[in-house]
Ligand binder design. Structure first.
Ligand code: NAP
Length: 792
């Protein structure tokens, strides 16, 4: 069970107002004292005042003989198969597709799926099982179009569950997932009148009881269609149950979750504190309702992808990777009017690095204002150096707000991409068997996505828990354990302090001591967040930080004041934080500052000084089933082995077979190391655009400052092809060769050539880093001409 605590002033004020309105306008009418006809008209009248999101086409349709509404995003063709069947609440007697339109439209928009909201037959005219028969008929007709998710609220939630049970019993294909909002799943009358739920703003037990009587029409309340809670729940699809704590049906949500778990169903219970029955109906107004709808959409994506059989689809653009650069590309494609794109993501969630890196203490090491897109500032950062979950949530929110979930295929790993010269199109295959075709191919996987395990003998023989920082498993207990961390780079500096706080014994294996400077972190308070909502302030803060970071680039040039300042700051930091002279000596770097990535940390050195922490600087000879043996022959017994040993930045895109013109593969073209023109295009691979490609990393600033201009440049190339109309665009081989020759000349003799790091290959060629200032890169990409390109 996950609990959510709504927060914020607007949430509080709107919550008070909405609860009051429901109590005054709705609850008195939902009563056995009034006729069903009057209740239906009253509810329809109130619902007509609710806001339906713009951009949705809503049309009356009949599906499987059942009338209802079809809701679909206007002008955006669905990029993935699937439908949402929505069963409205109203205790089986009142309500309709129209009364729940605001919610169904928002759900469809968030999931990027068309919705069929069924007007199933209502009691008392049509008692049980008429509603169930209608839901089954609609489901079976929709199933012909692909996988179907079933969602419902209140009585509709109970009906959704009953439908899934009936489908299972009849041997029909199961729904991809069930989304149950405050479901009414038990119509059996409790022995005693339930205590009124504190804060319940809509339902009363008396009204529910009278509706149950109409719906049952003399049938036993315990029968599965009426009270599916008491049925055999085994074999049901993944289910998300949402409820508020302030509602009559909260106990039913808990009981259903417990019963589903006992039956082995992948069930999740999502509780919003202090919220009333089906508060999601207030989406668009109440932030906690929008968040709950977003969670429903997020939950549904994985099961929907799993239930979708392999298929063929055609697009204008295929984006591989839903991290920072993939999301940026998708948002800018939308702005440019290119809507037919699909994002393929191998993980079950979006965020790229920020999805992968969930190790304790993970955060960004540049100030948050420059870690949000210039066109989408984030006023919600809680501190200057944002933690990984905050960044993932920023990206998630952006994707949801801009309808990107509709374009996203999770759990989908691209295995092959082949350029077809005859058509000027890319053809793709995924590991799950899909085939796709698109004119343009954007690789936005970045250099830091393939974890690198250390090449230490015996690694595989270790019998304790073995973790890589980029594939963290939070279920592995650390409390009181003997833990070893291999590596002392940026990642290790972040995860060592939280692990030191829990572990019984922590051994940190350092091969090279690094340059560490203070992290000027601070929490953001209410005033910061208010100011961040003011566009001139937000833009100004971002610009100022970008300039400050840009100054840091001077620190990599020998003899500059900035360099002297950085060296002095780091030395003083070490002296101040490491009192033990012997330990300090072992933590003193022996390579020029800047050659490896600078570490920004205030808690790494203090953690190394803790009593339960040992810094090991003897080399590692081998790993045994029980621990680590150093070159002096000493073995340290270990329960958990953490490898913070970075990423393979040399074999970019190794998991995908990319074939360009004349059958040439990217792996062959990059046999001497990856290279591209401006880090974006590769000769011989038309219509291919790399985001954060070779030689675009920096040691001093935010990658976003490189991503945005690269995205703009790629879209300009795409537009040039479309405007032609041409078939493809490719960088001229001589332009790429000249660009890289100049780049490597600049890099030779630079600070980055003076030690080993993930910036360089073993032979010494620097493949990851851009040697100049950010403004230089941005200016080069802004140059309007495409004279270095061939358009065919
Ligand atoms: P890294 O900088 O490559 O560091 C890897 C560490 O593992 C180094 O200390 C390395 O030692 C050590 N190591 C590797 N193989 C080893 C072996 N066989 N035996 C012993 N030690 C070994 O990797 P990272 O710390 O994961 O950082 C990679 C990059 O990710 C960073 O530079 C940064 O750009 C990015 N990052 C960013 C953030 C952020 O906030 N934005 C956070 C974390 C990481 P040597 O130095 O001797 O090779």
């Amino acid at each position: 069970m996950t609990e959510y605590q709504p927060s914020g002033l607007s949430e509080k004020l709107l919550g008070i107002w909405l609860r009051f309105s429901l109590r005054v306008l709705l609850k008195p009418v939902l009563s056995p004292r009034w006729s069903i006809g009057l209740q239906r008209r009253w509810l329809a009248g109130i619902a007509s005042t609710t806001l339906v999101p713009r951009g949705m086409d809503i049309s009356p349709v009949t599906v499987g003989g059942v009338p209802g509404e079809w809701l679909q995003r206007r002008g955006v063709p669905p990029v993935k198969p699937g439908t949402l069947l929505y069963l409205h609440g109203g205790a089986y007697c009142i309500g309709s597709a129209a009364t729940h339109r605001s919610l169904t439209a928002r759900l469809g928009s968030a999931m990027g799926l068309p919705v069929f909201a069924a007007n199933y037959r209502l009691a008392p005219e049509h008692p049980c099982p008429a509603a169930l028969d209608d839901a089954l008929a609609a489901y079976r007709a929709l199933r012909a179009l692909g996988p179907v998710l079933i969602a419902g609220d209140s009585a509709g939630g109970g009906l959704a569950l009953a439908t899934a049970l009936a489908l299972r019993d009849a041997g029909d294909p199961a729904p991809a997932a069930l989304l149950l909002l405050s479901p009414w799943v038990d119509l059996t009358t409790p022995d005693s009148e339930p205590a009124p739920a504190p804060g319940e703003a809509m339902l009363s037990a008396a009204w529910a009881h009278s509706c149950a009587g109409f719906y049952l029409g003399g049938r036993p309340a315990s029968s599965p269609p009426a009270s599916p809670l008491h049925a055999d729940l085994r074999g049901l699809p993944p289910t998300l149950i949402q409820a508020g704590t302030d509602e009559l049906l909260y106990p039913q949500a808990q009981a259903l979750h417990a019963a589903m778990q006992a039956a082995g169903v992948a069930s999740e219970l999502d509780i919003t504190l202090g919220r009333w029955h089906v508060f999601q109906l207030h989406g668009g107004l109440l932030p906690s309702a929008d968040q709950a709808i977003a969670r429903l959409a997020r939950f549904a994506l994985g099961p929907l992808a799993a239930a979708t059989p392999p298929r063929h689809s055609e697009h204008e653009v295929v984006i591989m990777g839903a991290g920072m650069s993939g999301i940026c590309m998708a948002l800018q494609l939308q702005r440019a009017g290119l809507h037919n794109f699909v994002i393929l993501e191998k993980q079950p969630g979006l965020g790229g690095t920020w999805w992968d890196n969930t190790y304790p203490g993970a955060h960004v090491d540049v100030p948050a204002p420059v870690y949000a897109f210039s066109f989408a500032p984030n006023p919600r950062w809680t501190r200057r150096f944002a933690a990984a979950p905050e960044i993932q949530s920023y990206l998630q929110t952006l994707a949801e707000r801009h309808g990107l979930l509709a374009h996203l295929r999770l759990d989908t790993r691209l295995s092959e991409a082949r350029f077809d010269e005859a058509s000027g199109q890319w053809r793709f295959k995924t590991e799950r068997g899909d085939s796709l075709r698109a004119r343009f191919f954007v690789c936005s996987t970045g250099p830091l996505n393939q974890p690198r395990w250390p090449d230490i003998p015996g690694l595989d023989s270790f019998q304790g828990a073995r973790l890589h920082s980029a594939r963290w498993d939070a279920r592995v207990p650390l409390q009181g354990q003997r833990v070893a961390v291999i590596g002392t780079g940026s990642t290790a500096s972040q995860l060592v302090p939280p692990i030191a706080a829990q572990a019984g014994r922590l051994h940190v294996f350092q091969r090279t001591a690094n340059w560490v400077v203070p992290r000027l972190d601070r929490p953001y308070h209410l005033l910061d967040r208010l100011l961040a909502r003011c566009p001139p302030y937000a833009m100004g803060a971002r610009w100022c930080w970008a300039q400050v970071l840009e100054l840091g680039r001077r620190g990599f040039d020998e003899g500059t004041l900035a360099r002297k300042g950085l060296i002095k700051t780091s030395t003083l930091h070490r002296q101040h934080q490491v009192r033990d002279a012997a330990l300090r000596a072992r933590l003193t770097p022996n390579y020029p500052l800047g050659c490896k990535r600078l570490i920004y940390s205030n808690d790494f050195y203090p953690a190394l000084g803790q009593r339960n922490v040992e810094l090991v600087t003897d080399g590692i000879a081998r790993i045994t089933p029980q621990g680590i043996v150093t070159t002096d022959g000493q073995e340290r017994a270990v329960d958990v082995l953490v490898c913070a040993t970075g990423f393979d930045t040399v074999h970019l895109l190794a998991g995908v077979q990319v074939t360009g013109q004349q059958g040439q593969t990217l792996a062959r073209a990059w046999a001497e190391g990856p290279q591209a023109y401006q880090g974006i295009t590769v000769a011989g691979f038309p219509n291919l655009f790399l985001m954060l490609g070779p030689n675009t990393a920096t040691g001093h600033t935010s990658t976003l400052l490189y991503i945005e201009p690269a995205v703009r440049h790629a879209i300009r190339c795409m537009k040039a092809v479309q405007a032609g109309p041409h078939q493809w665009i490719a960088v001229k081989p001589e332009a790429q060769a000249a660009y890289n020759a100049q780049l490597q000349t600049r890099l030779q003799g630079s600070v980055w050539s003076q030690c080993n790091s993930w910036y360089r290959m073993e032979g010494g060629r620097i493949v990851a880093l851009f040697p100049g200032f950010t403004r230089e890169y941005v200016r080069a990409l802004r140059t309007p001409g495409l004279q270095d390109y061939q358009l065919v």
